[in-house]
Design a protein around this ligand. Structure first.
Ligand code: PTJ
Length: 277
């Protein structure tokens, strides 16, 4: 069959033995999300930026990100009104997983978009409901209110959700709203693969990791930490350093130059293997 003329399932295009098959499948999930009206055009580009940083992290959750997950979940469990902000990329990539986290930390999901349109709000709401969410905030116009200090569409928040939250989890976010949320005295947990982004810097705590890995890890962590008392949770938070986490992510990325020599060797082996066939 001629793969170039084939349409439909991505399985036909991405063979399992392709060394980057997992990353390519995630990309296609996002493209499908775009076709379903969940993801903004710019969301596809934003994903590419994330992929580049993830490459430098070795596409794994580094130790300092695990610590950030622990401290962030501890803080979410201690706060009274946690809310999880969901945009197009999140709904396309981790709809079921974000519903799982929402249940684990008792935090409602709220749709909040940079490129807000009624169609996208409703499509994202539907995807979350299909994934098992019992309620999705941020869509009902009767509950719409404004977060001060932002001129773009992210200023619209739900009076049952982000407007009254004491902690907000954000992903694929822009620095503007993170700063506005902090200015409104909210604790912000950010997930961002770029440790130098304004969001990563402006978050109270930042998890430098791919949300595809970190959301399920946060749910597992919530199940683990739920048994701990307030003093133990507070101790985790007090011994955590936001600055050290960002520095460590950059240190790990900087160390990736050490992979060049072994990777060059493996490419030479791959070329020789192909020549033998
Ligand atoms: O709100 P929407 O759905 O209308 O779309 C808003 C987008 C995503 C277009 C908007 O927020 C945007 O342009 O984002 P930025 O400014 O490109 O920032 C996205 C950040 O998320 C970048 O720092 C990326 O490195 C990071 N990122 C991308 N993919 C992932 C990620 N971080 C964690 N996990 C990812 N999978």
């Amino acid at each position: 069959m001629n793969l170039l003329t084939e349409t439909g399932s991505t399985d036909n295009f991405i063979p399992d033995d392709h060394p980057r098959s997992e990353s390519l499948r995630i990309r296609h999930k996002l493209v499908e999300g775009f076709e379903k009206g969940l993801v903004a055009k710019a969301g596809l580009i934003a994903h590419g930026r994330g992929e580049a940083f993830d490459y430098l992290l070795g596409e794994k959750t580094i130790e300092s990100a695990e610590k950030a997950i622990q401290a962030s979940v501890a803080q979410m469990l201690l706060c009274k009104h946690p809310v999880i902000s969901v945009n197009g990329n999140v709904a396309a990539l981790v709809a079921e997983e974000i519903v799982g986290l929402s249940e684990a930390v008792s935090a409602p999901l709220e749709v909040n978009l940079f490129y807000r349109s009624r169609e996208r709000e409703l499509a994202i709401q539907e995807a979350l409901l299909e994934a098992g969410a019992k309620q999705v905030l941020g869509v009902d116009l009767d509950h719409r209110t404004l977060l001060p200090g932002i001129s773009h569409q992210r200023r619209y928040v739900d009076d049952r959700g982000i407007a009254n939250a004491d902690i907000v989890l954000v992903m694929l976010e822009d620095g503007d709203r993170t700063i506005a949320l902090r200015a409104a005295n909210k604790f912000v947990v950010a997930i961002d693969l770029n440790p130098l982004s304004r969001t990563a810097l402006a978050g109270s705590f930042t998890i430098v990791d791919n949300l595809i890995r970190s959301i399920p890890l946060m749910t597992k962590m919530a199940d683990k930490l739920k048994g701990k008392d307030v003093v133990e949770l507070q101790q985790i938070i007090d011994t955590y350093s936001h600055q050290r986490t960002l520095e460590d992510a950059l240190r790990v990325m900087g160390q990736s130059y050490k992979q060049v020599a072994p990777m060059l060797d493996s490419i030479i082996v791959a070329i020789k293997d192909k020549q033998k066939k």
